[in-house]
Design a protein around this ligand. Structure first.
Ligand code: ACM
Ligand code: ZN
Length: 779
């Protein structure tokens, strides 16, 4: 049924796009990323035990064998490959006129012809065939259930596809330092990358939380650096630093043999594995093993960090100690032998210079090298290591903090902060760059309405946010645009505790990244992508990957409008219906269809879900909207992100970025004024607040409540102060703070005085504590 719907959609779309008659297409054409052109044909090509591939040479046979191996496993037969032959059902033909990586694929009921200039072009054409096949091609049904596989029609639709990528660099970072992905899971991710025609795996192998690659010359890097203490039940930012002598039970690293296997597996799929060896910061795991490589002024225990690190995140390699460079060169010598990649990533992000500022060795280095400040010392550090790597014939990549100092020669900049502005700055200086803006491309953020999501960092990067990303901005010069190598998504794993958690955050967003990286903007079409992605997701499911269905969930927006509340129920998928109830019953396919915002004037519980063809697609949103005299009243504040949230009848969840909590740009003093429209007897005002210790969300130091009849003269009627112990309590919890008033009032003003900086013992020492309120309840 679902196939048919997709098929109908895709046909309609293709007809609209191509204007070509496709009267008897019999299966859907769903390809992610969307090719340059798809012209549908008539009928199907069927694979069977008799199918033969004719290839010109052994190199082509190598590519074809990757597809025929899938048939062997899933279908129980193996199409034949004839090397040096021009006669076959599927012919591979070199066309030197085509660009690298591009291909032309012609499928007719009788024959398939693939033209490409290089091995990777043929590989991508074969990956397109793989996606066009029934998803069962990913399974192992031949051995498990021969009868089922015999029933499958191994057909692909007749079609002519011409294709080539938009960007040469189409990347994914996988962080195996925070969560160590078992090799098998990593290989499966690599295979999915190949299906999506991604070609760079940025392998984040070392960080404060683990050193994951065997280095023969420095065995302690893995003996000590790949193990850390466990903090069961604590999320990453809440995990306290290790104490000396604590057992280290969390562990994992790849042996050199396993690294070679990973690199070879990726290489067969035309994916370059780019190792990242972090420096000078994010190096607690290395320094736990070799503490003498830290500045000699560091006088605290250095352990592999289980979480954010707090005050230990500033423990970094000493820039004045030549042994550090010898060590890094030795490490890189082994890394270079293991990774044949053109690029090596040298880190360079988030280096706090607190120790460099007071370290005699670092200061002596600055003097000797005539460096103006510690940022320039980092420039020296990165430049020195970069020259070593460049001297071995490789190119270097670094995070965009390298722009804080003179950028060493020929560094390629990976733009991550905000929207990647720093990388653009580097480009203006002539550096090549890659975009992975955290605001869009960090897959650690929530991918859907947060009420339904497992805990992760903060903020949203939905499937649609990733899909809609356009890296090239209108105000870029042509020269800047010409230096953009491509785009990358980053799978940071701080909140992953099992391989399934990584899969969940990766899929299906990785397919949206592929579309950004491969497909030209003029070919992008959200609806067509969704239909194709549904087909791709079936392949994921057949591979045993449980992908996120967050794209089917409903995001509520409840906004005060002149004494009423406007309730919007949005789903990023336009191909589903939103149905809702307001009588407490569960929504069904027969419930009221949501077509426009609902207007409320009193307490109601809305229940809503998305449906397609009578089937519920997402989770049920249960939204109690609870009215009190402050609800939907006028409220004003300076510097608030969205002050209306305080009076929208909806309580924030335990996730402080769930779009129901109100926050302020500056947290020293925040205030808001509520207008009850006429004088009312107010017995009490209750203010909801959230503490999220790990993210430095805390109650203010003091709150005052004032009242006024004219919005001019305000009189304090109530207040509360909190001690440091009360404010900086560990955990994530909500609190309702009541204020007795017992007065008639029209205007109520709440003034909150921030708690200042988090104390030294905090997991975020010295960071400003942020205030989050929701909701205001007047009785
Ligand atoms: C980064 O997210 N620190 C590169
Ligand atoms: Zn130093």
């Amino acid at each position: 049924m679902r196939y048919r719907t997709i098929y109908a959609l895709v046909c309609l779309l293709l007809l609209a796009v191509t204007g070509i008659q496709a009267d008897n297409l019999t299966s859907p054409i769903s390809l992610v990323p969307c090719p340059v052109s798809i012209v549908p044909g008539t009928g199907n090509f069927r694979f069977s035990a008799k199918t033969t591939f004719a290839v010109e040479n052994e190199a082509q046979a190598v590519e074809v064998r990757q597809l025929t191996a899938l048939f062997t496993r899933a279908a129980g037969f193996t199409p034949r490959i004839k090397v040096g032959s021009k006669k076959g059902d599927i012919c591979l033909v070199t066309d030197a006129g085509l660009k690298n990586e591009s291909y032309k694929l012609e499928i007719t009921p009788k024959r398939i012809t693939i033209h490409a200039a290089d091995a990777v072009g043929f590989f991508y054409a074969l990956q397109s065939i793989r996606q066009l096949l029934p998803a069962a091609i990913e399974g192992a049904s031949a051995s498990a259930s021969p009868s089922t596989s015999a029933d499958i029609d191994w057909a692909v639709p007749a079609v002519t596809i011409t294709d080539q990528p938009r960007f040469g660099y189409r990347g994914l970072l996988v962080d195996v330092a925070r969560f160590f992905s078992p090799k098998e899971n990593l290989l499966r991710i690599i295979d999915c990358m190949a299906m999506l025609k991604l070609n760079k795996l940025h392998f984040h192998l070392t960080d404060d939380n683990g050193w994951r690659i065997e280095i023969k010359k420095y065995p302690e890097l893995t003996e000590i650096g790949s193990r850390r203490v466990d903090r069961p039940g604590k999320s990453f930012p809440d995990r306290r630093n290790p104490r000396q002598g604590e057992p280290t039970v969390e562990k994992g690293y790849y042996t050199q043999e396993e690294i070679r296997e990973i690199v070879a597996y990726a290489g067969e799929r035309h994916i370059e594995v780019i190792p990242e060896i972090e420096m000078p910061a994010h190096s607690n795991a290395a320094l736990a093993a070799y503490p003498l490589l830290a500045c000699p002024v560091v006088n605290k225990y250095i352990g592999v960090l289980p979480g954010l690190g707090g005050e230990n995140a500033d423990v970094i390699y000493c820039a004045g100690n030549d042994s550090v460079f010898t060590f890094l060169q030795d490490v890189l010598d082994e890394v270079l032998k293991l990774f044949p990649s053109k690029y090596i990533h040298l880190g360079g992000d988030e280096a706090r210079k607190t120790h460099w500022e007071v370290c005699p060795l670092c200061q002596a280095r600055m003097k000797e090298e005539k460096l103006a400040n510690e940022e320039e010392l980092q420039g020296y550090f990165m430049g020195r290591v970069a020259r070593y790597v460049q001297g071995k014939g490789r190119e270097v990549i670094g995070w965009d903090e390298l722009t804080n100092a003179t950028i060493p020669k020929d560094f390629i900049i990976l733009g991550w902060q905000k929207y990647g502005e720093a990388a653009v700055k580097a480009a203006e200086l002539g550096h090549r760059f890659i975009m992975t803006p955290a605001r869009i491309m960090y897959l650690i953020r929530y991918q859907g309405p947060q009420w339904f999501e497992p805990l992760t960092y903060f903020g949203n990067n939905t499937l649609k946010d990733v899909y809609d990303y356009e890296p090239i901005q209108k105000d870029w010069s042509q020269h800047t645009a010409s230096l953009l190598m491509g785009v990358q998504a980053c799978m940071w794993t701080e909140f992953c505790n099992a391989p399934e958690d990584v899969d969940y955050l990766l899929f299906p967003r990785l397919s949206a990244l592929a579309e950004v990286a491969w497909t030209r903007p003029e070919r992008k079409d959200w609806k067509a992508y969704l239909a194709a992605m549904d087909g791709f997701n079936e392949h994921l499911a057949a591979k045993g990957i449980v992908y996120a269905r967050s794209m089917y969930n409903i995001q509520q927006t409840v906004t005060p409008r002149d004494g009423r509340l406007e309730v919007k129920l949005d789903c990023i998928r336009p191909d589903v219906e939103v149905r809702y109830t307001m009588d407490g019953s569960q929504p069904t396919a027969q419930s009221a269809l949501y077509v426009r915002p609902l207007m409320l004037t009193g307490t109601k519980t809305i229940k809503a879900a998305t449906f397609s063809a009578g089937k519920q697609m997402g989770q049920t949103l249960e939204l109690p909207v609870v009215w009190n005299p402050a609800t939907a009243r006028a409220i004003k504040s300076i510097g608030a992100d969205n002050i209306g949230l305080l009076v929208n009848g909806v309580r924030g969840s335990l996730k402080y970025t769930d779009s129901e909590w109100c926050s302020w740009m500056k947290n020293d003093t925040v205030s808001f004024t509520l207008d009850l429209k006429k004088p009312e007897a107010v017995a009490r005002l209750t203010l909801g607040s959230i503490t999220n210790y790990g993210m430095a969300a805390h109650k203010p130091a003091r709150i005052e409540v004032l009242v006024s009849a004219d919005n001019k003269d305000f009189r304090k009627v109530s207040g509360k102060s909190f001690t440091k112990e009360e404010i900086f309590r560990e955990g994530t919890f909500r609190e309702d703070i009541p204020f007795e008033i017992g007065e008639k009032a029209r205007y109520i003003r709440v003034v909150a005085y921030g708690a200042g900086l988090c104390p030294f013992t905090h997991v975020r020492p010295g960071q400003e504590a942020r205030i989050y309120f929701d909701e205001v309840i007047v009785e």
